[in-house]
Design a protein around this ligand. Structure first.
Ligand SMILES: [Cu+2]
Length: 174
């Protein structure tokens, strides 16, 4: 019981950060947007909910990268937006890594998050790992191990969302 307070507080911080990110994206010129790696990633990125600089852990192209394992997955945070997009929509993963995706919905639309082999994600195959019903300002997580070279992808299969382009891809690096 007593443990519920902290995660909720943390989600508040994360949501506030996510809104800032979305606003920055909306007002920034598309052509000159910062790189995907720049959003929210900072020294505090590994601190989890509520830390200053909430964001994903460094990816394989960044200094400080630590490959995720089953025992200690690497955290990748993704925002699901009212524009039916995932931010970021490309995630780089080292082959064999275990990733914990933390998906936060900003805005009114309720989203889902499915990740796995690209063909299964496209086909919305029932056995593919998925989080359902991520409501406004909610964060839900899913941990997945990327075995093999892929291709892998992620998508939202809430009605109409995938068709509107709500998907992303996993880039596997050796
Ligand atoms: Cu969606």
């Amino acid at each position: 019981m007593g443990k519920r307070g902290l995660p909720l507080l943390g989600i508040g911080f994360l949501a506030a950060g996510a809104i800032l990110i979305v606003l920055a994206g909306a007002f920034g010129a598309r052509g000159s947007s910062p790189t995907q790696d720049s959003w929210g990633v900072g020294p505090g990125g590994m601190m989890g909910f509520g830390g200053p600089g909430v964001g994903s852990a460094p990816d394989p192209g960044s200094s400080g990268f630590i490959a995720g394992t089953v025992a200690a997955p690497r955290v990748v945070r993704i925002v699901a937006s009212d524009q039916l997009r995932f931010i970021p929509d490309v995630v780089t993963v080292k082959a064999g890594e275990t990733i914990t995706f933390e998906i936060t919905t900003v805005g009114m639309s309720v989203h889902e998050f499915m990740v796995g082999p690209a063909a299964d994600v496209t086909a919305n195959t029932a056995s593919t790992p998925e989080i359902a019903d991520i409501g406004m300002m909610q964060t839900k997580s899913l941990t997945y191990t990327f075995a093999g070279s892929g291709p892998f992808a992620f998508a939202c299969h809430a009605p109409g969302h995938y068709e509107a382009g709500m998907s992303g891809r996993i880039v596997i690096v050796p």
